[in-house]
Design a protein around this ligand. Sequence first.
Ligand SMILES: NC(=O)c1ccc[n+]([C@@H]2O[C@H](COP(=O)([O-])OP(=O)(O)OC[C@H]3O[C@@H](n4cnc5c(N)ncnc54)[C@H](O)[C@@H]3O)[C@@H](O)[C@H]2O)c1
Length: 327
Amino acid sequence: MPGKLRIGFIGAGGIAIGHYQRLLATKKAQVVAINEPSEQSLRQFHAHCPGSEALPVHRDYRDLLKNERLDGVVVLSPHTVHYEQIAASLKRGLHVLTEKPMVCTIKHAKALIDLAKKTKRTLMIAYQRHYEPTFRYMRDQIRKGRLGEVQFVQAIQAQEWLRLTRGTWRQDPALSGGGQLNDSGSHLVDIVMWVTGMKVKEVYARADNFDTRVDINTSLTMTFENGALGGMSVIGNAPGWYEDHSIVGSKGALYLRQGLGLIHVDAVGRPIPVKLPKYTKNPNSNFVDVILGKAEPETPPECGLRTIEVTEAAWKSAASGRPVRVP
Ligand SMILES: NC(=O)c1ccc[n+]([C@@H]2O[C@H](COP(=O)([O-])OP(=O)(O)OC[C@H]3O[C@@H](n4cnc5c(N)ncnc54)[C@H](O)[C@@H]3O)[C@@H](O)[C@H]2O)c1
């Protein structure tokens, strides 16, 4: 397949399957080699990605970077190894699309942003909500001033995380870097700031680890830089999946209710018809187009920095019992 971008995978577990399929669907890129240390993951990956059995497999990501001719990599490994894998890939001159969370410390996030600038390579995060028409509509309305000044934000994410991730690397802090706040919660923290365009100034958090070594449920009370108040609930011990967003401004409100869709009302509660934009891009197609110079990244590494800033502040607050300023 000459002319196509050559992409390597670092990690080929559950989420890698969708990345493979979406990259192939662009018809502008091909996956040419894989790094995966687990036979079991590899078998699952091959079963779901016909044709991938022929690809060379490296047990160590360094061998992938050293021995393969690549344009870019997709980082799909446990959270605490993202940093060194992304850094090594950028230094090797490769473009990087990483799964969330980009990294697990503010220090690492800043170092990678600097490195991407220095090496002039693309670094993007697979935050898929940025590509969803509903969140794009909400962001667009706020950017156009249709909500006036945003004064309150509330977001809830509930998943059966405690039960489903038992015995896996996700509940081992050495590999996950933290619990559900840093895992699926990373999406929630990111999207609230991306949609509103507002930065969190201060966090007061309480966390419940249940009987594990990582946070399962986290309750966050937040103050934004414009003075708006808000809260986030990251609930890892729920019976199933539920996500909910409420944004209240001086000229109206947006209420996103799972299963019911998006409700937009004006300042006195009259419904405003919601016309969602047609938008069919995804993190993989955007990554490919950015490498080809045809698009701007929808999920730049600064989103990863802002997210870990809030996450670290929440961890510190939960540990100290005090509100913590977000740097
Ligand atoms: N965007 C989303 O909605 C979403 C959903 C699920 C997972 N993810 C993210 O994707 C990443 C992978 O998650 P997953 O669900 O595929 O987990 P997984 O456990 O299914 O797969 C992770 C894979 O990485 C491999 N691995 C372990 N150590 C490695 C190393 N040092 N180098 C390379 N590979 C290594 C494991 O063998 C495993 O196959 C995580 O960052 C996770 O947060 C994102």
